[in-house]
Design a protein around this ligand. Structure first.
Ligand code: NAP
Ligand code: GLV
Length: 310
């Protein structure tokens, strides 16, 4: 059983292989491009495929993604469609994402951008503070990350809502689904959190139409993908003040070009795609489980459904 790891980190300081060998001593781990005998390689672990990867590994049986979102892999024409693809569900990444969402929701809820601007101008002025039950949070995407974030927000007492493709019943959350429920979901959302996968259906979903359906003075937290957003539409909504603020972690082009208006917009808070990182220590058990499944000819855990795109 041989696995090839495609990593940006030099093998000598990479955490994946030692952790895999600890959990599965019989594993043969190799680092791209030193694949050894390619006929022995059963699986590859990667974020994106380097040029020539699949030509060099003809006997691959599975692809393991090092991330939760697999849009870059599914959008790559060089990736063979017949190979099963497993995405990552990493408990540490899930916890980090919920921290990020909670941070940004509380920041907007407690009017932190207003008070930060006042501090810069030495202004002493108290603003009425809405109670949490008056603040309606809406999470788009009720998967691993969306559900965990809602669970972490629940103790604050916010009015929680969520939207997904298929109907969901979640305790303490007003749920909506499909295109039928979308307008009602947006109309009741003061702070919109995007945790959708990037698919053909969700690309450009955060456009002028969506933003126009949110209540006046709403906020956006985008921690899913930059291509969910039509940048010009978002900037127009922020310029006019219709959208009171946006916390953005992901961008159409990463790194965000130095001349992009998001960098300096007074209503934007941004981070460099750092909301939730994969932790090899907590993610490796899933990889090892999937290697055993490949060996036994069983279906992978967290298998991506290519027809849905996530
Ligand atoms: P997931 O478990 O696959 O959940 C996806 C959710 O989105 C599901 O509830 C799904 O609905 C819903 N959905 C998909 N297509 C939809 C559509 N057309 N309309 C309405 N709802 C739709 O994904 P996850 O693990 O929570 O991850 C979500 C995304 O977060 C990833 O794809 C990735 O892009 C992003 N992410 C970002 C970072 C970062 O650092 N910024 C880190 C990790 C992940 P159903 O429940 O009905 O299937
Ligand atoms: C990060 O953005 C991921 O999808 O894991």
């Amino acid at each position: 059983m041989a696995l090839v790891i495609v990593s940006r980190v030099h093998p000598s300081s990479d955490v994946w292989a030692p952790e895999m060998r600890r959990l599965m001593p019989e594993i043969d781990v190799r680092y791209w491009p030193d694949v050894g005998n390619p006929d022995e390689v059963d699986a590859v672990l990667m974020w994106q495929a380097p040029d020539g990867l699949f030509d060099r590994l003809p006997k691959l049986k599975a692809i393991f993604a090092t991330g939760a979102g697999v849009d870059a892999i599914l959008g790559d024409a060089s990736v063979p469609k017949h190979l099963p693809l497993a995405r990552l569900v990493d408990p540490s990444m899930t916890a980090e994402m919920s921290e990020y969402v909670t941070l940004q929701v509380l920041r907007f809820h407690r009017q932190e951008p207003t008070y930060a601007a006042q501090q810069r101008d030495r202004v002493w002025k108290v603003h009425p503070q809405p109670h949490p039950e008056q603040r309606r949070i809406g999470v788009m995407g009720l998967g691993e990350l969306g559900q965990d974030a809602l669970g972490k927000l629940a103790p604050f007492g916010f009015a929680l809502g969520g939207w997904s493709r298929t109907p969901k019943a979640l305790e303490g959350v007003e749920t909506f689904s499909g295109s039928d429920g979308f307008a009602r979901f947006l109309a009741r959302t003061d702070i919109l959190v995007n945790l959708l996968p990037l698919t053909a259906e969700t690309e450009n979903i955060i456009d002028a139409r969506l933003l126009g359906q949110l209540p006046e003075g709403a906020f956006l937290v985008n921690c899913a993908r930059g291509r969910h957003v039509v940048d010009d539409d978002l900037l127009a909504a922020l310029d006019s003040g219709r959208l009171a603020g946006a916390a953005l972690d992901v961008f159409r082009e990463e790194p965000l070009p130095a001349d992009h208006r998001f960098w300096s917009h007074p209503r934007v808070i941004l981070t460099p795609h750092a909301a939730a990182l994969t932790n090899p220590l907590t993610a490796t058990p899933q990889i090892v489980e999937n290697l055993r499944r490949v060996q036994a000819g069983q279906p992978l855990v967290n298998l991506v459904d290519r027809s849905r795109g996530y």
